[in-house]
Design a protein around this ligand. Structure first.
Ligand code: GYE
Length: 347
């Protein structure tokens, strides 16, 4: 009888262990039960992504989805196709569904006051990913947004300026070198107007380039962070009477630079030597262009934010203390290190 009891107890213990293991396995299986890593229940995150405008965005989306699986967080994912009103609709539906936490990347910085108040009134914590918001005067985003995860856009653009000025002083393009006495003419392809990335990168670039008065901006237009629009805008510039004056192209993301490279080639000029090109993101496509010697440099902007988003979500829901913004650490790449770095790149 005693022996039977022991056998029974062992069996029961084993079945508990199995169930626990089963829970952990489900962690890789999305919404199929189990508990969220680090929690005693499964949590639900509503996530509003901007769209799929660039290689960077795709990498970011993949990272968020993979991390949700890994943490066993049920992710209600919504793609806004670049429209703020779609994001608002998605967020309102997250509130109605009473999700545990909301993650979102605001397509533009402004216009979020009302909806952030609704989220706050519903008592739902919200993590802003990649892009920040600007609220009405007197309001601080820290009072409405529980945490921000993303890059320092100003700092990235400042690095781009430093890279370009150094290159023009030491190497130059096929037309000139910067000896301090000649004008260096810049064309700038900006990202989506009013987005945190465009606003921050424009501010950072303007502030830093102002230290070098012989650097003059002769063209500046949005290419909406897409390859197609980057190409179109560059095409028009290459047809203008000032086309030959362009010494430098600064594209606020790699995709626009890649589109512009096609336009420069089509116009019979050599991207990377007639026009020096620097962009931001450091996606695979940029490495390919650097290895072809058509893009000169790219400043890294890390899109692999998923793990940090999920980790922060769990901490918030467990009421643990968090840092409002931990800036991503990022490098920069050009012809001197692109080839060595290429095999280790994850996006
Ligand atoms: O640089 C660009 C994307 O907001 C940092 O958005 C992000 C930017 C990124 O479309 O490629």
């Amino acid at each position: 009888m005693k022996k039977l009891l022991v056998v029974l107890m062992v069996l029961i213990a084993a079945s508990f262990a199995f169930a626990a293991g089963g829970g952990q396995q489900a962690a890789g299986g999305g919404s199929s039960g189990g508990v969220t890593r680090g929690m005693d229940r499964k949590i639900v995150m509503g996530y509003s992504q901007i769209g799929a405008e660039s290689e960077w965005r795709t990498a970011c989306t993949n990272s968020v989805k993979a991390a949700a699986e890994e943490w066993n967080i049920e992710l209600i994912f919504s793609d806004a196709q670049q429209k703020q009103e779609n994001q608002m609709q998605a967020i309102r539906s997250f509130i109605r569904q009473k999700v545990d936490i909301i993650g979102f990347t605001p397509v533009v910085e402004t216009g979020w006051d009302a909806i952030l108040q609704e989220i706050k009134d519903a008592g739902i914590p919200v993590i802003c990913v990649d892009r920040q918001v600007t609220l009405a005067a007197g309001k601080r985003q820290e009072d409405y947004i529980t945490a921000f995860i993303g890059s320092n856009m100003q700092a990235e653009a400042k690095k781009a300026v430093q890279w370009v000025v150094n290159y023009m002083k030491t190497t130059g393009n096929t037309k000139k070198k910067d000896d301090g006495s000649v004008d260096i003419n810049i064309a700038i392809l900006e990202g989506t107007t009013g987005s945190g990335a465009q606003v921050g990168r424009t501010e950072g670039w303007n502030e830093e380039i102002a230290k070098y008065p012989n650097y003059k901006t002769i063209f500046r237009q949005t290419g909406n962070f897409t390859r197609a629009e980057g190409q179109q805008v560059m095409e028009a510039w290459m047809k203008s009477p000032q086309a030959n004056d362009i010494d430098i192209l600064f594209a606020q993301n790699d995709d626009m630079a890649i589109g512009a490279i096609d336009a420069i080639n089509a116009a019979g000029k050599k991207p990377g030597s007639d026009i020096i090109i620097v962009s931001i993101d450091a996606v695979k496509g940029a490495f390919d262009a650097m290895l072809r010697k058509e893009l000169n440099a790219t400043i890294e902007c890390n899109p692999l934010l998923g793990p940090q988003v999920m980790d922060t979500a769990v901490k918030i829901l467990k009421k643990q203390s968090i840092t409002w913004w931990v800036e991503s650490e990022e490098g920069q790449f050009d012809w001197t290190n692109a080839e060595t770095a290429y095999p280790t790149r994850q996006y």
